[in-house]
Design a protein around this ligand. Structure first.
Ligand SMILES: Cc1ncc(COP(=O)(O)O)c(C=O)c1O
Length: 324
């Protein structure tokens, strides 16, 4: 904890003479000094657009490449499968519009009542095309997803399930491996909102076998940006909305316009911070992905330890806040 405290300047603030504690998980996280440094270093040495034959542009190309690899290490996939964008909401609207191009009237999309609206409205927008959006219920006694309702609503008309990894409202973590298997068995795709979950545990998109997953680095100690993972074959098979001169190659064809390069420099530092945190627990680990997974396991363990007394004392009851 001492090492962590020294990384975050925001933690040395006082409010009315008292040290601060940030309990604003749903609103985002504070960033380590290394992330601030990486952003300002990029702006002071390399600020340029991409693909130019001059030094700052070449450095920018390097940052873009490295940022994709950093997020690939965080999620356990290939760099080509990583798409950057302004935030999760914008990326989800881009993807839903592209998916909508391949849907017809009467096709169904399932969302759940545990979703943030950023994982509902982009799918509701497809009602313009006659797509039907159905909502999976939760079990009211413990705020977990009603799997019987999911099984009941899955049908040969289902094209996609949009589901959160963890609810930012009640904290329920969905049993994604089981759910994804059920959805794939009827030939539909799965889009996972991992925005809330990403700060709390390791993510392995290959093991999950989800088709798409989104997260936002500002929720795990990084800058305000969004990241979309898509299976290579899925990203290639869809037709994104883009300008004509833009590349047709993935992931470039999904990254419309000029990207937030200083944010990408910050994302590289964010991922390196997490890897450094993992190495605090396991100094012998040299592989970045392994160090990140270690950091996220330890974060999860520590979070559980903090919550346990609250749960045991009945402050939280099965994911719901129990008011005294
Ligand atoms: C679970 C969840 N999904 C999506 C979002 C929206 O993310 P963004 O602000 O990156 O669009 C949030 C933001 O709080 C969230 O908590």
């Amino acid at each position: 904890m001492d090492w962590i405290h020294t990384q975050f300047p925001a933690l040395s603030q006082t409010v009315k003479g008292q040290p601060v504690a940030f309990l604003d998980g749903p609103g985002g996280t504070q960033v380590p000094q290394s992330v601030m440094h990486a952003i300002s270093h990029y702006l002071s040495t390399s600020n340029a657009n991409a693909h130019g034959a001059f030094a700052t542009s070449e450095r920018t190309d390097g940052v873009i490449k490295e940022a994709h690899q950093a997020m690939a290490d965080f999620l356990g996939c290939d760099a080509q499968e990583i798409v950057f964008g302004p935030n999760m909401t914008t990326l989800t609207f881009s993807l839903s519009r592209a998916i909508g191009r391949q849907l017809k009237s009467g096709d169904e999309i399932l969302v759940t009542c545990l979703e943030h609206d950023a994982n509902v409205s982009p799918w509701l927008a497809l009602r313009e095309k006659g797509v039907i959006v159905r909502t999976i219920d939760m079990n009211p006694q413990n705020c977990t997803l009603d799997l019987a309702d999911l099984a009941h609503k899955l049908s040969d008309k289902t094209r996609l399930l949009a589901i959160t990894y963890a609810s930012n409202a009640v904290g329920s973590i969905n049993d994604l491996p089981r759910i994804i298997q059920a959805v794939h068995s009827i030939g539909a795709s799965v889009f996972v909102d991992a925005v809330h979950y990403a700060a709390h545990g390791p993510i392995n998109v290959r093991a999950l076998d989800c088709d798409f997953l989104v997260c936002s680095p500002y929720k795990f100690f990084g800058p305000h940006m969004g990241v979309l993972y898509g299976k290579k074959e899925k990203l290639r098979q869809l037709l994104p909305y883009k300008v004509r001169p833009a590349s047709d190659e993935i992931p470039d064809c999904w990254e419309t316009g000029t990207q937030n390069h200083e944010g990408m420099a910050g994302v590289i530092a964010t991922i390196n911070y997490l890897a450094a945190l993992g190495k605090q627990f396991s100094p012998a680990v040299t592989d970045r992905r392994a160090a990140i997974v270690m950091a996220m396991h330890e974060t999860h363990r520590y979070g559980q330890q903090l919550c346990k007394p609250l749960v045991e004392q009945g402050c939280f009851m099965l994911g719901r806040v129990k008011h005294p």
